[in-house]
Design a binder for this molecule. Structure first.
Ligand SMILES: Cc1ncc(COP(=O)(O)O)c(C=O)c1O
Length: 456
C-alpha cells in the first residue's frame, strides 16, 4: 500500500482515479474523467480549466438557494465545531429545530418527520410508513416517474429506463398513467377528457381490492426528470378525494418540486392539497449536506406513539446535515426566494415559449415556477419523439446528449441527461432576469443541434 498521506494529486493522477476507481451514476462508465469542478458561487460554477459556466439545472434541482452561500457555510462550520453527529436515539438542537421548521412550512397538519439522507431514503421511509399504517401491501405509482435509486424507490419508478434492471421487492406495485397531456395515453384532450387519467386510477384501485388491499399512491406533484409534467389544476384535488373515499394514503414526492421550485413552498400548495405523507430532499438543505425527510399528517404520526416505528438509520437526523437545513430554510423566507421563483419562472416560461416558436425541434414548452421543460421532437405535427425512451440506456450519443454537450461548450449546464425527451431549465431561485436572458441565449444556440434532426 502507498503512503496514504502522499497520494499523487496532479491533474492526470486525479483523472486516472476517477476513471479507474469511481462508479459514475446511471451511465456507461466514461473512458475519460468528467470535468472537475473547483468552485461555485451563486448561479455559476468554475471548472479546473478555469472556465466559468451558468448552472441552469441547480445540480439536478438541488442547489435551490445558489452555491456557497456564506450564511449556510458558517452555520455548518459552527455546528461542526460543536457536534458533528450523535446517535439518533439522542436529540440534537438542529434536529429538533428542523422538525419544527418542517411542520411550519408544509401544508395542513403535516407535522412529524423522519429525517434521512436523501430523496430515495425519504421515499423508502414513506412506503414503509404507508404499509405499517394501513397493514396493506399494494402501492400505486405512476409511469414516467423517478422516486430514487434504492430498491423500493426504483421499483416505484416504472417507465423510467433506470428501473429496467430492477428486480421487484416486497411492495406489490401497480403502475398507472401520468397526466401527460402532450402524449395522453387515452388519446384525449384536456379539458374535454374530463380527466380520464385520474378516473382510471379510481377504477384500478377498485379492481385491486380498494381500501382492503391498496395502501397508497405515490406521485411527483410536478414530475421532474421524466419530463416536467404539470398536471391540470383539478388533478390533485380529484386524486385527494379518491384517496379519501377509498381510505388510502396519498404520498407527494416533493424531492424535486419542493422548496420553492415551482413558485410555492411545495407544488401541492398550488392546488391546496394536503397529502398524507410528503417526502423531500434536495432544496431541503439546498444540497449543502445530504438530507431527506418524510413528513406525515398528525393522525399518522400519533399512531406511531402506540405502534412500533419500524425504520431507522445510523445517520438519521445527522446534526451537521440538519444544521445546513436549519440555515437554508429561513433563507427562502428572508430573501423572498419563493416569490422570485414565481416571478422569474413566469419570465423563463415566456422566453422558452419564444424558443418553441423559433425552433423546429421544440414540440412543447411547459413548466411551473423555475421548473421549465422543452420537449424535443422530430416532427411538431406528428409529435414523434427526438429520442426513444431506451436511448438513455443505449451506448453512445443521441440528439439530446448532443444538445447537452453543445450547452456545455457554450457555457451552461441544463438538465438533459434524464430519460425523457425534455431538456429542463431549473436555475437556482436567486436567478435574475439578466441571467435568464443569458441562459436563454445559450439555449437558443444549442437547440440548433436538435433542429438538425427535426423535419420542418
Ligand atoms: C422526484 C424525485 N424523487 C426522488 C429522487 C431521489 O433523490 P436522491 O437522488 O436524493 O436519492 C429524485 C432524484 O432526482 C427525484 O427527482
Amino acid at each position: 500500500m502507498i503512503n496514504l498521506k502522499n497520494i499523487p494529486v496532479s491533474k492526470e493522477d486525479l483523472d486516472l482515479y476517477e476513471v479507474e476507481h469511481n462508479f459514475q451514476s446511471w451511465s456507461y462508465q466514461p473512458a475519460q474523467s468528467p470535468l472537475r469542478v473547483v468552485s461555485a458561487k451563486g448561479v455559476r460554477f468554475t471548472t479546473e480549466d478555469g472556465r466559468e459556466r451558468l448552472d441552469f439545472s441547480s445540480c439536478f434541482v438541488s442547489h435551490n438557494i445558489g452555491h456557497q452561500d456564506s450564511r449556510v457555510v458558517e452555520a455548518i462550520a459552527d455546528q461542526a465545531k460543536t457536534l458533528c453527529s450523535f446517535a439518533p436515539s439522542f436529540s440534537t438542537k438542529p434536529r429538533a429545530l428542523l422538525a419544527k421548521m418542517l411542520a411550519e412550512v408544509t401544508p395542513g397538519d403535516l407535522s412529524r418527520s423522519f429525517i434521512s439522507l436523501g430523496g430515495t431514503e425519504a421515499n423508502e421511509a414513506a412506503v414503509k410508513i404507508c404499509h405499517q399504517y394501513t397493514d396493506r401491501r399494494k402501492m400505486l405509482a405512476r409511469y414516467r416517474t423517478y422516486h430514487g435509486g434504492t430498491a423500493t424507490s426504483m421499483s416505484l419508478s416504472a417507465g423510467d429506463p433506470r428501473n429496467w434492471a430492477q428486480v421487484l421487492g416486497g411492495t406489490e406495485l401497480i403502475s398507472v398513467p401520468q397526466p401527460y397531456c402532450y402524449r395522453c395515453m387515452f388519446g384525449q384532450k384536456y379539458p374535454e377528457c374530463n380527466l380520464q387519467c385520474v378516473k382510471y386510477i379510481d377504477e384500478v384501485i377498485e379492481l385491486e381490492g380498494g381500501g382492503d388491499k391498496v395502501a397508497g399512491i405515490i406521485c411527483e406533484p410536478v414530475t421532474g426528470a421524466n419530463g416536467i409534467i404539470v398536471p391540470p389544476p383539478e388533478y390533485f384535488p380529484e386524486l385527494r378525494e379518491i384517496c379519501d373515499r377509498w381510505g388510502i394514503l396519498l404520498i407527494a414526492d416533493e424531492v424535486m418540486s419542493g422548496f420553492g421550485r415551482t413558485g410555492k413552498w411545495f407544488a401541492v400548495d398550488h392546488w391546496n392539497v394536503v397529502p398524507d405523507i410528503m417526502t423531500m430532499a434536495k432544496g431541503l438543505s439546498g444540497a449543502y449536506a445530504p438530507l431527506g425527510a418524510t413528513i406525515v399528517r398528525k393522525h399518522i404520526g400519533d399512531r406511531f406513539k402506540e405502534q412500533f416505528f419500524s425504520h431507522g438509520a445510523t445517520y438519521a437526523g445527522h446534526a451537521l446535515a440538519c444544521s445546513a437545513a436549519v440555515a437554508v430554510i429561513p433563507i427562502y423566507q428572508e430573501d423572498n426566494l419563493i416569490e422570485n421563483s414565481e416571478k422569474m419562472g413566469n419570465y423563463l416560461l415566456e422566453k422558452a415559449v419564444e424558443l418553441q416558436d423559433k425552433h423546429a425541434s421544440v414540440g412543447e414548452v411547459r413548466g411551473l415556477g423555475l421548473f421549465v421543460g422543452l420537449e424535443l421532437v422530430k416532427n411538431k405535427k406528428t409529435r414523434e419523439p427526438i429520442i426513444s425512451l431506451n436511448a438513455k440506456i443505449k451506448p453512445g450519443m443521441n440528439p439530446k446528449l448532443e444538445v447537452a454537450k453543445k450547452l456545455g461548450e457554450l457555457g451552461m449546464m441544463a438538465m438533459a441527461a434524464n430519460p425523457s425527451n425534455v431538456i429542463a431549465m431549473a436555475p437556482p431561485l436567486i436567478v435574475t432576469k439578466d441571467e435568464i436572458d443569458e441562459g436563454i441565449g445559450i439555449m437558443d444556440q444549442a437547440l440548433e443541434v436538435a433542429d438538425a434532426y427535426a423535419e420542418n
